[in-house]
Design a binder for this molecule. Sequence first.
Ligand code: MGD
Ligand code: MGD
Ligand code: MO
Length: 753
Amino acid sequence: MTNSKTRTTTSHWGAFNVTTRDDRIVGVSDFDNDPNPSAISKSLPAAVHHRARVARPSIRKSWLEHGPSHVESRQLRGREEFIELPWDEALDIAAAEIDRVRQTYGNESIYGGSYGWASAGRFHHALGQLHRFLNCTGGYVSSVASYSTAAAQAIIPHVLGMHFLKLMWAEINSWSTIAEHTKTLVMFGGINPKNSQVSMGGVTHHETNSWFEEYQRRGIRLINISPQRTDTPDGADWLAIKPGTDTAMMLALAYVLDKENLLDKDFLSRNTVGYEIFQRYLNGSADGIAKSPHWASEICGIDADTIHHLAHTMAATRTLITVSWSLQRAQHGEQPYWMAATLAAMLGQIGLPGGGIGYGYGAIGGIGISVKRLSGLTFPQLDNPVKTSIPVARIADMLLQPGGTYNFNGQSLTYPDIKMVYWCGGNPFHHHQDLHRLQDAWARPETIIVHEPWWTATALRADIVFPATTSYERHDIGRAQGDSYLFDMPALIPPVGEARDDYDIFAQLAHRAGVADTFTQGRSSEDWLQHMYEDFRSDSQQQGIEVPSFEDLVSKNWVDLPIRSAQFSQIPFEAFRQDPQQSPLQTPSGKIEIFSETIAGFAYEDCPGHPTWMPPSEWLGAERATKYPLHMVSPQPGDKLHSQLECAIADIPGERPTPITLHPSDAAARSIVDGAIIRVFNDRGSCRAKVRISNDILQGVVSLPTGAWFTPTDDGTDTQGNPNTLTRDTGTSQLGQGSSAHSCLVEIENIRP
Ligand SMILES: Nc1nc2c(c(=O)[nH]1)N[C@H]1C(S)=C(S)[C@@H](COP(=O)(O)OP(=O)(O)OC[C@H]3O[C@@H](n4cnc5c(=O)[nH]c(N)nc54)[C@H](O)[C@@H]3O)O[C@H]1N2
Ligand SMILES: Nc1nc2c(c(=O)[nH]1)N[C@H]1C(S)=C(S)[C@@H](COP(=O)(O)OP(=O)(O)OC[C@H]3O[C@@H](n4cnc5c(=O)[nH]c(N)nc54)[C@H](O)[C@@H]3O)O[C@H]1N2
Ligand SMILES: [Mo]
């Protein structure tokens, strides 16, 4: 007798139906209401029941035998077997070790930043669970900002006077406003439906493609300025730009506006400060270099006439400039963000419908979609008594340089001395740059604890690994910002192996630390769900939004709340445009800062007082390009979310190593043929990749998506194709200290005939 059921759940890539038979997931199918469902879930049944699941609590052999103070043992992380233990024994060991580290070194020695996307679901969110637990036991060193948008989060408040995330979620033209008003859509880094497949907590209607169809129907001029044609849906004009050079191109557009008097002087004088200082740089009176189309063309590879013509089109029509997040995940990544805002200010269309500037369209679903904000449905993390934090992408620097000082957005800070790393819901050996350097840094702490459903590269490099359930093995509630749906996420199957929920693992550790009551407040996870839900429901009802009872939601599985509208309630920056005195921005001047006294005051050579073209150390014009002549971009993978579900994809014959896209002439010059397995290398590392030859990429650029599980051979070559074996691990600048993954030069060679 089989017991087959089909129910709906949600994920970061959207809703889907799951069919289970007895205790197994046997199939997935599309959610009917989604016009363009993501195919990511098709790997799910194989991944959830994969042999790479962590079956039982596991402790690394020599750590167990010799204890945490044995220095040599730390070098064996990633190269040593694990001993499986019963839950109670492993929990006792972990609890005693947490206690030892706290007593010996204090809570400032515990790094709990634990960056990562974990899984969807409001309660069982791994990071929130870890942070609450660590806060109950004295706190932890945390991380700020994200790999996604760190440079943007640093620069935008100085320039536009608001938090970057607020700007992106709320002060933005909706897709429908663009359809109605925009005539020219200039997309730096494209707007890629592959990326808008996902959003934190989920996106139920995948609609980027249909908006582009609408824009084409309406005759909107679509311009994709990107090294890859595929960075926008078909139908856009493609200006193939060299990676890392967008600031130079934007400067040249600005130069034409300035020189040919196509600027909105009124807007510049009423709504901005510092144009005159910037203008001296632009026209060359400050440094002897006019930032002309001819000058830019040499740098960015787009011809001068095209730039000149584009500047005229932008000045003559309602133009929206959009910038993808990828542009700021590069050395000096603050600059294109600042320069794009400056260019938009010069056009004077900020505050007009369908004009101005927008960041992050397409980076994730939900951007550009207007949904009424509902508060609540959060699991409280409590206060962190430790105030030390690091910019998230500086983890290896921190581990390698305890006590070292560094600059960050006007502050001079000191790295703490970390003895314990606790990770839950992220995969740094997928996501961090220069993985060999991370591996060296990772050998420093005394103890590393990881909760993971799978034996990822990070779990394999831990000392204590607790098997965590996936979101398909526990009950939760799903809801995301920018989405109108509310989901009951049923426990579809029982936990695989001996996996436990992160909450239960922490509750048991909290019990051993004597803080069970603070952590659980006497609630089971089911109690918490109901408690969080009731708060959310009553808050929503106060805002006039009818939300079903908990039982009702459970029985319905999902509801679509009436909180969507076609447009945001106001045009972004409209009030500020009309009256900057009455509605100032939260910058020191109350206006858009084309020159920032604050930033100039920091005296950072890598982030001066106005937008500036500074050649990165790795780009196609760098000296290093004579040795490593190809620029590698490492975008997000289209077939999955980061490194998640990777084990199932890697099992499909021919899928690994990861495909790398290269231009026919770059392939021909090296006698490389389509489908070949090649070696990608530079002085930081190397990996294998599988060749995909395409005319849709600029010559000189290769594209290797992230997401492979770092699996190096003895000589350090990653067999799976993780681009972070090659990327640089330095901050975007002293201002943002973000990841600069996209600034990376490589060479490639055949390894098989
Ligand atoms: N070269 C290069 N590198 C990059 C980028 C790039 O553009 N180029 N992009 C960067 C960016 S923007 C990001 S956001 C990062 C993404 O990097 P990550 O967010 O670290 O990547 P994920 O693979 O999503 O990692 C989430 C992990 O959580 C685990 N997990 C899922 N659910 C649960 C759970 O319930 N409990 C526990 N304990 N674990 C769970 C998953 O199995 C997975 O291993 O990568 C960054 N790295
Ligand atoms: N399917 C899927 N979607 C995802 C994710 C995923 O893992 N899978 N991850 C999500 C996450 S965490 C994030 S942060 C976002 C990231 O969103 P983005 O940062 O916007 O996306 P990327 O994929 O890194 O890069 C998009 C494109 O930018 C181009 N590019 C790179 N460098 C430059 C440059 O210097 N100039 C110009 N003009 N173009 C450049 C590349 O051709 C690349 O294909 O994606 C999200 N969406
Ligand atoms: Mo991200």
